[in-house]
Design a protein around this ligand. Structure first.
Ligand code: HT7
Ligand code: ZN
Length: 873
C-alpha cells in the first residue's frame, strides 16, 4: 500500500492562483464547471505534466484557454486528471464534471444531508468536486456561482461575500460568492438547501460590522441562540487575548445532521455537526452547552490559526489543530474555571491520547509518514499538539508566548507553513533555542518522569532526583530526552509553601524546574523541615509521573496543595494505587481507604472549593486508567469489580453526608447554562452517582425520582445514565420512557443509544445487536453509529472485552459492514481495539482472532486497512 513521506515533500511544478466554479445543482445530480488559472513555477521544465487530483468524478470536457483538448492531450483515471504537456505560461484550464451527491455516503466532497447539499473538503474532499491541486500549499482566490431549484434550495451559500443573486428561469435561481482571501481547497464550502436561520451582528475592535447567521433545519432556529452567543464571545475574546479581528463582512454557520466530525472551519462558512449547535435546556446537557461553546470557538479561532496561516502539507496538521485546541482551551479557561478546565482536559488527555501514544497506533504529533491522512485526525495531533503549545507558553511565560504569536501572525499571514516556522518565531521573539523542544513534535510516546526526594536534617538540604524515559513506539526504537517544564512547590508540615535560600544542580526558575537531560539532581538549601513536594502542578507536561511519595504524603497534598489540579491528582493517585493493588492481588490497607474516605469527606465539606471542582474530585479513576496503570495482562472485568468495591469502601461510609449535600444542592431556579449553575448540577449528579455506586439504601429509587421530576436534560440524563450504567432495577423502565419521551429528536436518541451501550450487565451486547438490527435504525448517520458503537468500544471496557470474544467479533463485523459505506466511521470505531495487546492472554487471543479475520475477510477501505495493519503489526 502506498505510503506518503514528509521527506518527499516538494512544491507542485504548477500553481493554481484563481478558481472560478460554476455549480448547476439539480435534484439527482450536480454539474460542476471549473475555470482554473494555472501558472508554471519559474523552475518548471517544459513538458512537465500537470497532475490534478480527482476522485469519483465523471469527466465531461477539458479545454485550455477556451480550446477543447484532444483525447491524447490528457489522461483521466481513478486518481485524477493529467494534462500531458501544458503550456509553459499562465493559462486557464476548463473542466466540466458530473457528481452524484445523492449517493455520496462517505460524506466527503459534495453530499446531501437531509436533503441539504453541503460539502466537506478537509483533508482531501475537494478532489471529489472537481479536478484540482488538492494540497494545502496551493492558495487561490475563489469565485463561486451556484444555480439550483428555488423550491429545494432557497438558501445558497459559499465562502466569502455575496456579490450577486437572482432568478435563473425555469424554477431555478442563482447566487455568486467571492472570497478575497487566497485559500487552500480544503477550506472551500458551499451549502444549498431549504433552511431557517437566526441572525445577529458583531462590531470588531476597529469598528467594522460583521453580519452573523446560523442556518439550520426549519423549526430548530430557537435552539441556535447559545451557539450564536458563544460565537460573539469567541470573536471578542480573540481580539482581547490575541489581538485577532475577523476579516470578512459575513460569518455564516450551517448545522447539518450527517457529518463525519464535529465541525469544519471553512472560510466564512463554518459547517457544523448539528449536535454541536442545537441547545435548549430540555434536550441538551451542561456538557453539551460547554461543548458547543468550545467547538464554536475552536472553528472561529481557526480563521487565524488555520485559515489565514495554513499548513504546508498534512504532516503539519497539528500546526493548526494543536494550536487551535490550545486557544479554545484558553478561551474556556477564561470564560469558566481555569482549574476545572485543566483537570477535565487532563482527564481527556489521559483517557484518549495516552492510550494512543502507548499502543500500536502511536505516532508523533507531527507524523513523518501516512497511508491515509484521515486516520491522523487523532488525539495526538489535537490534544498532545495543544499540550506542546501549552509547554511553550509555560517555558516562555505569558508575555514571551504572546510576542511569539504576534510575530507568527505578522510573518506568516497568507502562507502555508510548517512546525519549524512556528517554532522559529518563538525562538526569535524570545532569543531562545528551541531545537531540543522540537523533539516533542517528532517523537511519539508518553515520557515517564520519575522523581524521588530526600531530606537531610543536619544540613537542612532537600534533594529531588529526576529522570525521564520514553519507551519505544512503532518505528521509533530509540528515544531522545525531552524538555520537561515541571511546575512545582514545596509544602511545609503546616501546609504552607516553603522557600529556599539556594538551589543547585538543575534549571530552576521560581516555581518551574526545566529538565532537559535524562536525569538531574536538584538540591535546595535552607530547608528547615522535610517538605512534601507538589510536582507537575497544573499538569505542566504531558508525562506519566512516578514518585516516591507515600499514600499519606498524597493525602496531605489533597488537603494542602494550593494548586487545585495537585489536590485532585493526589486523590486520584491514592485511589489508583489502591485499585491497582487490589486488581493484582494486594488487598488494600483499610487505613488508607479510611484516609481516602476522610479526604473525600473533607473535600465535600470544604467551603473554599467550588462545586465543579468537587464534582471532579469526588470520583475514582476510570477503569481504563486503572488498566493502563497495571499495564499488562489486564482483566477489565476484574478491574470493574475492584472499582465498584472501592467506590463502596470509600463512599459507603459517607452516605449520610452525601445525601444531605445532595438535598442541599437541589434548586428550583430555572435552568441557566452558566458555569456556577452547571457546577452545582455536576456536583449533585456526582453525588447521586456515588450513592447509587455505593448501593446506599434507596439510592436507585432516588435516581428514578430525579429522572422523573427533572426540569432539564442535565439532571434527567445524569439520573438515566447512572441507573443505566449500574443497571439498577429501575433502569429498563427509565430507558423505555426516555426512548418514547423524545422519539422525534435524533440528538436525544443518541443519548439513549449511549446509555444503552454503556450498561455494565452481560445483556448489553445482545441489546446493542437488537438496536442495530432494527429495520429503522439509521445506519448511515455517523452520530447514531458513534453513539452506539463508539461508546461501547471506547467506554465499556469490561463488556467490550468479554472473554468469549463475542463483542470483538460483533464489532469487527460491524466495521466490515460500515466500511462499505463510510470508511472514516469504520476506521474510527476500529481504533477501539488499540488496547488489545495489554489484555490478559485469553482476551488478547480472542481480539487477535477477530482482527485477523477482518483482515482476511476481503476488500477494506484504505482507512480501515491502514488502522488494521498498524494494529496487527
Ligand atoms: N479541521 C476540521 C477537521 C475535519 C475533518 C477531518 C476529516 C473528515 C471530516 C472532517 N470534518 C472536519 C475540524 C477541526 O479540527 O476544526
Ligand atoms: Zn480544528
Amino acid at each position: 500500500e502506498h505510503t506518503i513521506y514528509l521527506k518527499d515533500y516538494a512544491p507542485s511544478p504548477y500553481k493554481i492562483t484563481a478558481v472560478d466554479l460554476d455549480f448547476r445543482i439539480l435534484a439527482d445530480h450536480t454539474r460542476v464547471r471549473a475555470q482554473l488559472t494555472v501558472e508554471p513555477r519559474a523552475e518548471t521544465a517544459p513538458g512537465t505534466p500537470l497532475v490534478l487530483d480527482g476522485d469519483e468524478l465523471k469527466l465531461g470536457s477539458v479545454a485550455i484557454d477556451g480550446a477543447p483538448l484532444a483525447l491524447a492531450a490528457y489522461v483521466a483515471d481513478d486518481n485524477g486528471l493529467t494534462i500531458v504537456e501544458p503550456p509553459l505560461r499562465r493559462f486557464v484550464l476548463e473542466t466540466e464534471v458530473t457528481l452524484k451527491p445523492e449517493g455520496n455516503l462517505k460524506l466527503m466532497g459534495l453530499y446531501r444531508s437531509s436533503g441539504t447539499w453541503c460539502t466537506q473538503c478537509e483533508p482531501e474532499g475537494f478532489r471529489r468536486i472537481t479536478y484540482y491541486l488538492d494540497r494545502p500549499d496551493n492558495l487561490a482566490t475563489f469565485k463561486v456561482t451556484m444555480t439550483a431549484p428555488h423550491d429545494l434550495a432557497p438558501v445558497l451559500l459559499a465562502n466569502g461575500n455575496l456579490v450577486g443573486q437572482g432568478d435563473a428561469g425555469e424554477g431555478m435561481h442563482f447566487a455568486v460568492w467571492e472570497d478575497p482571501y487566497p485559500k487552500p481547497a480544503y477550506l472551500f464550502a458551499l451549502v444549498a438547501g431549504d433552511l431557517g436561520s437566526i441572525t445577529n451582528s458583531f462590531t470588531t475592535a476597529s469598528g467594522r460590522k460583521v453580519d452573523l447567521a446560523i442556518y439550520c433545519e426549519h423549526g430548530k432556529e430557537d435552539q441556535c441562540h447559545w451557539a450564536m452567543d458563544s460565537l460573539k464571545r469567541s470573536m471578542a475574546w480573540d481580539e482581547k487575548r490575541f489581538g485577532r479581528e475577523y476579516d470578512l463582512d459575513i460569518f455564516n454557520i450551517v448545522a447539518v445532521s450527517d457529518f463525519n466530525f464535529g465541525a469544519m472551519e471553512n472560510k466564512g462558512l463554518n459547517i457544523f455537526n448539528d449536535k454541536l449547535v442545537f441547545a435548549q435546556p430540555a434536550t441538551a446537557t451542561d456538557a453539551d452547552y460547554e461543548n458547543i461553546e468550545r467547538v464554536i470557538a475552536h472553528e472561529y479561532f481557526h480563521n487565524w490559526t488555520g485559515n489565514r496561516i495554513t499548513c504546508r502539507d498534512w504532516f503539519q496538521l497539528c500546526l493548526k489543530e494543536g494550536l487551535t485546541v490550545y486557544r479554545d482551551q484558553e478561551f474556556t479557561s477564561d470564560e469558566r474555571s481555569r482549574a476545572v478546565k485543566r483537570i477535565s482536559d487532563v482527564v481527556t488527555l489521559r483517557s484518549a491520547q495516552f492510550p494512543e501514544d502507548g499502543g500500536p497506533l502511536a505516532h508523533p504529533a507531527r507524523p513523518d509518514q501516512y497511508r491515509e491522512i484521515n486516520n491522523f485526525y487523532t488525539p495526538t495531533v489535537y490534544e498532545k499538539g495543544a499540550e506542546i503549545v501549552r509547554m511553550l507558553a509555560t517555558l516562555l511565560g505569558e508575555a514571551g508566548f504572546r510576542r511569539g504569536m504576534d510575530l507568527y501572525f505578522e510573518r506568516h499571514d497568507g502562507e502555508a507553513t510548517t512546525i519549524e516556522a512556528f517554532l522559529a518565531v518563538f525562538a526569535e521573539a524570545n532569543d531562545v533555542d528551541l531545537e531540543q523542544f522540537k523533539t516533542w513534535y517528532l517523537q511519539a510516546g508518553t515520557p515517564r518522569l520519575s522523581v524521588t526526594d530526600s531530606y537531610d536534617a543536619a544540613s537542612q538540604t532537600y534533594t529531588l532526583k529526576l529522570s525521564q524515559e520514553t519507551l519505544p513506539t512503532p518505528g521509533q526504537p530509540v528515544k531522545q530526552a525531552l524538555v520537561l517544564p515541571i511546575k512545582f512547590g514545596l509544602i511545609g508540615p503546616n501546609g504552607s509553601p516553603m522557600g529556599w535560600s539556594e538551589v543547585s544542580g538543575g534549571e530552576v526558575r521560581d516555581d518551574l524546574i526545566v529538565l532537559r537531560d535524562a536525569s538531574a539532581e536538584i538540591t535546595f538549601k535552607g530547608i528547615a523541615n522535610k517538605p512534601v513536594p507538589s510536582l507537575l502542578r497544573e499538569f505542566s507536561a504531558p508525562v506519566n509521573l512516578d514518585t516516591n511519595l507515600t499514600q499519606s504524603d498524597r493525602l496531605f497534598l489533597a488537603q494542602h496543595d494550593s494548586d487545585p489540579y495537585g489536590r485532585w491528582q493526589a486523590l486520584q493517585d491514592v485511589a489508583t494505587e489502591l485499585a491497582v493493588g487490589a486488581a493484582t492481588g494486594t488487598p488494600w490497607p483499610d487505613a488508607t481507604v479510611e484516609g481516602l474516605s476522610r479526604a473525600m469527606a473533607d473535600t465535600l465539606a470544604n467551603k473554599n472549593l467550588d462545586d465543579a471542582f468537587k464534582a471532579l474530585a469526588l470520583n475514582l479513576p476510570g477503569e481504563a486508567l486503572i488498566g493502563r496503570a497495571i499495564g499488562k495482562n489486564v482483566d477489565p472485568a476484574r478491574i470493574h469489580a475492584v472499582r465498584d468495591a472501592l467506590t463502596k469502601a470509600v463512599f459507603g461510609p459517607l452516605g449520610r453526608d452525601l445525601l444531605v449535600a445532595y438535598t442541599n444542592l437541589s434548586s428550583t431556579l430555572p435552568y441557566a447554562p452558566d458555569a456556577a449553575s452547571a457546577g452545582r448540577r455536576a456536583l449533585r449528579n456526582r453525588i447521586l452517582a456515588l450513592l447509587v455506586g455505593s448501593e446506599a439504601a434507596g439510592a436507585s429509587a432516588l435516581a428514578a425520582k430525579q429522572y422523573a421530576e427533572a426540569s432539564n436534560m442535565t439532571d434527567r440524563y445524569a439520573a438515566l445514565s447512572i441507573s443505566g450504567s449500574a443497571w439498577t432495577v429501575e433502569a429498563p423502565t427509565m430507558l423505555a420512557d426516555f426512548r418514547t419521551r423524545f422519539t422525534a429528536n435524533p440528538l436525544v436518541f443518541d443519548k439513549w443509544l449511549m446509555v444503552s451501550a454503556l450498561a455494565q450487565d452481560e445483556g448489553v451486547l445482545d441489546r446493542i445487536k437488537a438496536i442495530l438490527a432494527a429495520p429503522d435504525f439509521p445506519k448511515s448517520n455517523p452520530n447514531r453509529l458513534r453513539a452506539l458503537l463508539g461508546s461501547f468500544v471506547m467506554s465499556n471496557p469490561a463488556q467490550f472485552t468479554r472473554p468469549d470474544g463475542a463483542a470483538f467479533r460483533f464489532v469487527t463485523d460491524f466495521v466490515a459492514d460500515v466500511d462499505t459505506r463510510n470508511p472514516q466511521v469504520a476506521a474510527r470505531v476500529l481504533t477501539g481495539f488499540r488496547i488489545w495487546q495489554m489484555l490478559e492472554p485469553k482476551r488478547r487471543e480472542a481480539a487477535r482472532v477477530a482482527l485477523s479475520a477482518l483482515q482476511e475477510g476481503g476488500k477494506l477501505s484504505r482507512n480501515t486497512a491502514d488502522v488494521l495493519a498498524r494494529m496487527l503489526a
